[in-house]
Write a protein that binds this ligand. Structure first.
Ligand code: ATP
Length: 359
C-alpha cells in the first residue's frame, strides 16, 4: 500500500527562537491519490515534501507509508529505500548524457536486467519514444521535464513527489503538461504528492488539496471544497479573487443567521460555526458570483455605480462603487451591456458566498 500518513509533524530549522517551517501537520494521502500541497512562498510546502522524501528529520511526529513508519525524530529510512521518486523544478537531468542514458541511470545502479525494455516503456509513458539518442540541449523545456519524469517512473515508484515541476515552462506548455501529468497519474495509479504555489494548477490537477500558511495546514479538501467552502479567510483569499463586505451578524435559529451591511441591506445566510450572539462578520463573495442589473433587486438591494471596466478576453471585469463606499469587482460576460458611469443593482449568489466571524 502506498498510502501516506503524516501525524503531528513539526520541523524548525536553526534554533528554538526560529519559527517552525512546519508545525503540527496532519495529512492522510490515500493510495493512488493526486494530493497537492498549496500555499504562498515560505509556507512550508517544500519542507513537508522533503520530510516525506526522507531528506530531513522531523523534530516531532511521524510519517508512515502504508503501515511502515519511515520517519520519526528517532529514525529516518533513507530516501532510496522508500519506494519514492522525486521530480524537481529544475529537471536535474545530466546535460552530457543522452535521453536513454539519463532515464536508464537509476536502473543501471540497481543492475536491472531489463534496462532496454523498461526505458522504452517509461519513455512511451511520457510521449518521448524515438528521442533516446538526443541530448538535453536538443530538447524543448517540456521535453526535458518529461525526461525527468521518465527517469523517476522507470524505477517503478509507488509514490512520486513533485516540487513545482512545471514552473519553468511557458504558460501554454504548462497547461499542456498539466493534463499530461493528470493523465499519467490516472493511468499508473501512482500516489502523487505535488507542490505548487499556483492555485489554478492545484485546482486543475488534484484529488485533494492541502492549503498551508506559515507552516500550518489551513484546510484539506477537494478542489471544489477549498474554492467554494474555504475554511477561513486565509484560504478564501489564497484560492482566488474575492470581495469582502463588513457587516453585523445575528443568529436566527435553525442554523441560519441574518447579516446586515452598513447600508441596511440584509441577507439570510448559513450561520458560521461559533455564532452565539450578535457580532461583527465578513461576507466574502467571488467576482463571478455577483450579477449586475439595471436596478436594485428591491428597495433594500445593493446599489452602486460602475467605475471601471477591463476586457480580459473571455470575460469583462467591472469595478462597482457601492452606495455606502466600498468597491467590488464583478466578472461578467465580455458582451456586458454595462458601461462606466452606469447605476446598477447587485445580486449576490449567497449559495457560493462565505461568512467569517470577526475575531
Ligand atoms: P517556496 O514556494 O518559496 O519554495 P515553501 O512553501 O516550499 O516555499 P519552505 O521551503 O518549506 O517553503 O520553507 C519554509 C520556511 O523554512 C521558510 O521560512 C524558509 O525560509 C525556511 N527554510 C527552508 N529551508 C531552510 C533551510 N535549509 N534552513 C533554514 N531555513 C529554511
Amino acid at each position: 500500500m502506498a498510502s501516506i500518513t503524516i501525524r503531528n509533524l513539526s520541523k524548525t530549522y536553526g534554533g528554538v527562537a526560529d519559527a517552525p517551517a512546519v508545525r503540527d501537520v496532519n495529512i492522510a494521502v490515500p493510495d493512488g491519490t493526486f494530493l497537492t500541497l498549496l500555499g504562498p512562498s515560505g509556507c512550508g510546502k517544500t519542507t513537508t515534501l522533503r520530510l516525506i522524501a526522507g531528506y530531513i528529520t522531523p523534530d516531532s511526529g511521524e510519517i508512515r507509508v502504508g503501515e511502515r513508519q519511515v520517519s520519526s525524530p528517532a529514525a529516518v529510512v533513507p530516501p532510496e529505500q522508500r519506494g519514492m521518486g522525486m521530480v524537481f523544478q529544475n529537471y536535474a537531468i545530466w546535460p552530457h548524457k543522452t535521453v536513454f542514458e539519463n532515464v536508464a541511470f537509476g536502473l543501471k545502479l540497481r543492475r536491472d536486467a531489463n534496462v532496454q525494455k523498461k526505458v522504452a516503456q517509461s519513455l512511451e509513458q511520457v510521449g518521448l519514444s524515438g528521442y533516446e539518442n538526443r541530448f538535453p540541449n536538443e530538447l524543448s523545456g517540456g521535453q526535458q521535464q518529461r525526461v525527468a519524469l521518465a527517469r523517476s517512473l522507470v524505477v517503478e515508484p509507488e509514490i512520486l513527489l513533485l516540487d513545482e515541476p512545471l514552473s519553468n515552462l511557458d504558460a501554454k506548455l504548462r497547461e499542456h503538461m498539466r493534463s499530461e501529468l493528470k493523465d499519467l497519474q490516472r493511468r499508473t495509479g501512482i500516489t502523487f504528492v505535488y507542490v505548487t504555489h499556483d492555485q489554478a494548477e492545484a485546482l486543475a490537477l488534484s484529488d485533494q488539496i492541502v492549503v498551508m500558511h506559515r507552516g500550518e495546514v489551513q484546510q484539506v479538501g477537494t478542489p471544489f471544497e477549498v474554492y467554494e467552502r474555504p475554511a477561513n479567510r486565509l484560504v478564501a483569499d489564497f484560492m482566488g479573487l474575492m470581495n469582502s463586505f463588513q457587516g453585523q451578524i445575528e443568529p436566527e435559529g435553525n442554523g441560519l443567521a441574518r447579516l446586515q451591511l452598513p447600508d441596511g441591506t440584509r441577507f439570510d445566510v448559513v450561520a458560521p460555526p461559533g455564532l452565539t450572539a450578535p457580532q461583527g462578520a465578513e461576507l466574502v463573495v467571488r467576482p463571478e458570483n455577483i450579477t449586475l442589473s439595471a436596478q436594485a433587486v428591491d428597495a433594500l438591494g445593493l446599489k452602486g455605480v460602475v467605475t471601471a471596466q477591463t476586457f480580459l478576453g473571455n470575460l469583462m471585469e467591472l469595478t462597482v462603487k457601492l452606495s455606502f463606499g466600498p468597491e467590488v469587482r464583478v466578472q461578467s460576460h465580455p458582451l456586458t451591456k454595462f458601461n462606466v458611469g452606469d447605476a446598477v443593482g447587485l445580486q449576490l449568489n449567497l449559495a457560493s458566498a462565505s461568512v467569517f466571524l470577526k475575531a
